[in-house]
Design a protein around this ligand. Structure first.
Ligand code: 13P
Length: 228
């Protein structure tokens, strides 16, 4: 199996720097796959790991923007990746044009954006509807952006934190669609990935890796995933 990209999205966890450092220290640095840890932004400067990513950032470098994280600040900390457009942020008001601004700014600073797309509150929604929504999200998000420099993470909303996953075949189909239609080189799958189901996703040729939430907070389990 070729090396894949596995990204840990710690979300708003853990709640102390001590626990964050401890978790990072337990993650294998010589895994079989390429690994990126995305801790909360407040911890980024203090976590030691070969590849770090942010969970979001603003589209302006500096100025009167209270509470924001600047891509220039990320660059200064040598952060290589930044998740953008996660459904948990879209749910509280982030829209496609904000996402597009963020992607453009990150690329200017040579930080690789990990654009999250996904849709659907139920498993039953037809593939066709999914593709329609993905198309809208990708077309708006990628406007005037060099798509070949972006990683896309496909995360069906109903699969996030629920213990339910898409089928590996569905993830493969979406991977093929996004790569062929938008010139994206790497498409990840995310949504309730754990040590028991990760392998079947990684075995799909057009699933370039994984975006892992809950299971990335359990060092032993995450180490199993990244060493598949
Ligand atoms: P879970 O792995 O906890 O379902 O979260 C997925 C996710 O949202 C990663 O960004």
């Amino acid at each position: 199996m070729p090396k894949k990209l596995i990204i840990a999205n710690w979300k708003l966890n853990p709640t102390t720097i001590k626990d964050a450092k401890k978790l990072a220290s337990l993650i294998s640095v010589k895994a079989k796959n390429k690994v990126v840890l995305c801790p909360p932004a407040v911890y980024l400067s203090q976590i030691n790991y070969p590849n770090l990513g942010a969970q979001d950032c603003f589209w302006q470098d500096k100025g009167a923007y209270t509470g924001q994280v600047s891509p220039l600040q990320l660059k200064d900390l040598k952060i290589k990746y930044c998740i953008i457009g996660h459904s948990e942020l879209r749910a509280i008001g982030e829209n496609d044009s904000m996402i597009n601004f963020k992607l453009r700014t990150l690329l200017q600073h040579k930080i690789i954006p990990v654009l999250c797309v996904g849709f659907g509150t139920t498993v039953e929604q037809e593939d066709m509807e999914v593709v329609d929504v993905l198309r809208a999200q990708l077309e708006a998000g990628l406007k005037d952006v060099d798509a070949s420099k972006i990683v896309v993470a496909y995360e069906p909303v109903w699969a996030i934190g629920t213990g339910k996953t898409a089928t590996p075949e569905h993830a493969e189909k979406i991977g093929i669609f996004i790569k062929a239609k938008y010139g994206i080189k790497t498409v990840l799958y995310g949504g309730s990935v754990n040590a028991s189901n990760a392998r079947e996703f990684l075995q799909q040729r057009n699933v370039g890796g994984l975006l892992v939430g809950g299971a990335s907070l359990i060092a032993k389990e995450f180490n199993q995933i990244i060493n598949i």
